[in-house]
Design a protein around this ligand. Structure first.
Ligand code: CA
Length: 243
């Protein structure tokens, strides 16, 4: 992407926000941004829904990515059976899905993510993770894949928030943990509802389209910039933070 288009997108954000973009922290979503794991989430959800005769397509899991497990289950049960999911269904179906995901997930990092993290660090910006995931071992896994990038007190997970994405709460909490204002942060997201959450929090939101959905869906949710990969974001990083 050329520098002029990037600067144009920043000016557009600044006009709407009424403030200059002055990045001090980058809030990274995890699945589909730091890890190439969405294919395993989709596979696990696909098997669980099929087993329980719940109507769902592969695309559904990418469209609803970012919601809590309970929220995804409720959406699909409502659509299939015309009623709310029971608490028991929310717990058991999520357990089944989590078990399958853990079996399939190979922990493959997203191509280019290490380069983005390195450049963000070299720029002197804080690096935080904001995820709807509730895996207890997350911080250990992140430290193993990306050494010295993240600290436990600067993470937002499923355990920290009441409202999942697309609600802005996870990203507002990310701002609070970083100790910065909305115009002092950048969100990096792959999912439509994650983009929506970042935009609703008033943060300059970069979409990286690492999945099967069209660019248009991410742009409709208000993404300020869109790149086809983390590698492309790494290549353009200096054009984004140049003053
Ligand atoms: Ca994601």
């Amino acid at each position: 992407m050329n520098k002029e288009l990037i600067q144009k997108a920043i000016r557009k954000y600044e006009e709407k926000a009424g403030k200059r973009l002055n990045p001090k922290a980058v809030l990274f979503d995890m699945d589909g941004v730091l890890y190439d794991s969405m294919r395993f989430h989709a596979r696990a959800w696909g098997e669980v829904t099929k087993r329980h005769h719940i109507i769902a397509s592969d695309e559904d899991f990418y469209l609803h990515e970012g919601r809590t497990g309970a929220s995804i289950i409720n959406v699909l049960i409502q659509r299939t059976f015309g009623r709310e999911a029971t608490d028991e269904e929310k717990v058991h179906l999520y357990e089944e899905k989590a078990a399958l995901f853990n079996r399939y997930n190979d922990g493959e990092p997203m191509a280019g993510a290490a380069d983005v993290l390195r450049k963000v660090g070299e720029s002197g910006l804080q690096r935080l993770v904001v995820t709807g995931s509730g895996q207890k071992s997350l911080i250990n896994k992140l430290n193993h894949t990306y050494p010295n990038c993240f600290s436990p007190e600067k993470m937002v997970t499923a355990f920290d928030v009441k409202q999942g994405k697309p609600h802005p709460e996870p990203y507002l909490m990310g701002l609070a943990k970083a100790g910065v204002q909305a115009n002092e942060a950048i969100v990096v997201e792959n999912a439509p509802l994650g983009v929506k959450a970042g935009v609703a929090a008033g943060i300059f939101t970069i979409a990286v389209n690492t999945g099967p959905l069209s660019d248009a869906i991410l742009l409709q949710e208000g993404a300020n910039l869109l790149f086809p990969s983390m590698t492309a974001l790494a290549e353009n990083w200096h054009s984004i933070i140049q003053k």
